[in-house]
Design a protein around this ligand. Sequence first.
Ligand SMILES: NC(=O)c1ccc[n+]([C@@H]2O[C@H](COP(=O)([O-])OP(=O)(O)OC[C@H]3O[C@@H](n4cnc5c(N)ncnc54)[C@H](OP(=O)(O)O)[C@@H]3O)[C@@H](O)[C@H]2O)c1
Length: 336
Amino acid sequence: MNYNRLGNTGLLVSDLCLGAMTFGDTERGATKTESINMIHRYLDAGGNHIDTANVYTGGRSEEYVGAAIQDRRESVVLATKVRVKTGAGVNEEGLSRHHIMQAVESSLRRLQTDYIDLYYMHVWDLLTPIEESLRAMEDLVRSGKVRYIGVSNFKAWQVMKAVATSELKNLVRPVAAQYQYSLVKRDIEYEFSDLCESQGIGLIPWGPLGGGFLSGKYKRGAQPESGRISTSSDDVEEAWHRRNTERNWRIVDAVGHIAVERGASYPQVALAWLKQQPAVCSVIMGVRTMAQLDDNLGAAELTLSAEELKRLDTVSTLPELYPYHMVAQYARRLNS
Ligand SMILES: NC(=O)c1ccc[n+]([C@@H]2O[C@H](COP(=O)([O-])OP(=O)(O)OC[C@H]3O[C@@H](n4cnc5c(N)ncnc54)[C@H](OP(=O)(O)O)[C@@H]3O)[C@@H](O)[C@H]2O)c1
């Protein structure tokens, strides 16, 4: 396992982060024992970065993570999130000082710890001025309950507003940013790869297998009957009708060819590509079973060659972003 700096901090996080979003999902996720076993397997393999959120599986995800890391808390970089609705009250959501202060106490209790290493603002809050949220975060850092903060799913102007407010008011500054990012979801590159690099923010992709689409288990023309991909809902990013495009199948084919050539699995190739992208410091794997975890952990040892990266890049670059990439390259040439 390799370790990278979290943005411009001195904190090191492993290339592969363990996502806990499905731990405790009573329909399709892992039970408490399975979750704890997977967390231990991940830590034993050298991983040190675990990602959860207060809203995952109604709080069970945080509880299971907390139970699993009791005897090795100091070696874990523990990330969780605040923002999404947690109860019926009008103030039980958002990034207000009120909700942040309430939510952090609940997370600390469920996680059985007295500090969170990385506390994310899960989604932008339209109602709360960012200065109010950052002041609450600053107080949490000063009190020792939080060590670093991050943003998640913010638009580029929202990230920059948070950074500028932190700098102007001398408040804690975001050092990590989570976005959905994979070979089949590359639109974030245009705004966020160089934003993160220029601002010393670690880019932390979620959804690295496109919800499982890149795992190689789905075939052209065969809509699965169950699982995340099977849905036809417009609200789900990884819904079959979105994934089932010729461009995406060509990406899966390219991943498969490299997997065969390298004696690796599809998920290992897709994860390896992502961990080698600019500004990426830790890729959040989502796993439902121990077999999936063992498979994906193999990506830690896989480094793709320049030629392999180029093949994957060629097949997956979004055509609609070409003009922007050309302008960006032109700007780089002018400045060199
Ligand atoms: N910040 C945010 O807003 C946000 C949003 C979402 C997620 N996240 C974080 O990112 C993490 C990962 O996201 P994600 O679950 O969307 O990731 P993903 O890698 O795109 O999808 C994971 C799913 O792919 C399938 N899979 C994984 N490994 C596999 C393997 N080796 N072989 C076959 N199938 C495999 C499993 O689903 P099936 O077995 O059901 O096919 C698994 O649940 C989450 O746990 C969470 O921590 C953050």
